[in-house]
Design a protein around this ligand. Structure first.
Ligand SMILES: C[S@@+](CC[C@H](N)C(=O)[O-])C[C@H]1O[C@@H](n2cnc3c(N)ncnc32)[C@H](O)[C@@H]1O
Length: 207
């Protein structure tokens, strides 16, 4: 099943499913961004809008893109702030957003589905203003090494969504190739993860 079709299906239950990774990612966003104002934010892979509300409270304007109509429909129903614009876009293609327009670009739990990290870093760099920030929060590669992968179960059938393993060094190298400087790197555990490898990894890069 394609990534897009899988998320269209998952959109029906994404918000209600038991999902520690989804929940921890929101905590990461709050801890990394709370109290930091931005003029213009680009949210890449907004899904059902789990983080869009938070971003709408931080930015004067938010552009939230995703390629799953099902996920976007959920987000549009949830987030009615006039400062948020939703847009359909496949981020493996040149991004339809303007250049040098955003002071924050966020990618949460999406890059596992993207083979070519360098392309995304290049597009993020193009989208950012000078001095702008790129915040990435992803399933930690340690979890991927142990078989972790985005998946959901509906009607007792589990769908594994196509995913690529990206080592920590790949994120750093792809960012460096595009002149993005690492400001912060963190590893994150959910309260239920005691004794386990970190669940998420986050990177904060600056243009
Ligand atoms: C695990 S969900 C994360 C959604 C949201 N960021 C969150 O943290 O809840 C991954 C999202 O990435 C989107 N996605 C995956 N590949 C994409 C692509 N090539 N272009 C745009 N969106 C994509 C999916 O449609 C899905 O909504």
């Amino acid at each position: 099943m394609s990534v897009q079709n899988a998320y269209d299906l998952w959109s029906a239950s994404y918000d209600a499913d038991h999902n520690l990774t989804r929940d921890l990612d929101h905590t990461v966003m709050v801890q990394m961004l709370a109290g930091r104002p931005f003029e213009s934010i680009l949210e890449v892979g907004c899904g059902t809008g789990k983080n869009t509300g938070l971003l709408a409270g931080l930015g004067e304007s938010v552009t939230a893109v995703d390629f799953s109509p099902g996920m976007l429909a959920k987000a549009r129903a949830k987030i009615t702030s006039p400062s948020v614009t939703f847009q359909v876009a496949d981020i493996t293609q040149p991004w339809p957003t303007p250049a040098a327009a955003f002071d924050l670009v966020t990618c949460n739990l999406i890059l596992e589905h993207i083979e070519d990290l360098e392309f995304v870093m290049g597009q993020a760099r193009r989208a950012l203003k000078v001095g702008g920030l790129l915040l990435i929060s992803e399933l930690h590669p340690f979890r991927q090494y142990l078989g972790g992968q985005a998946r959901f179960t509906q009607d007792e059938e589990t769908t594994f969504i196509p995913a690529y393993v990206h080592h920590t060094s790949e994120f750093l190298q792809a960012a460096r190739q595009h002149g993005l400087t690492l400001q912060d790197l963190n590893e994150w555990w959910h309260a239920d993860d005691e004794g386990k490898p970190p669940r998420l990894i986050s990177f904060l890069f600056q243009k």
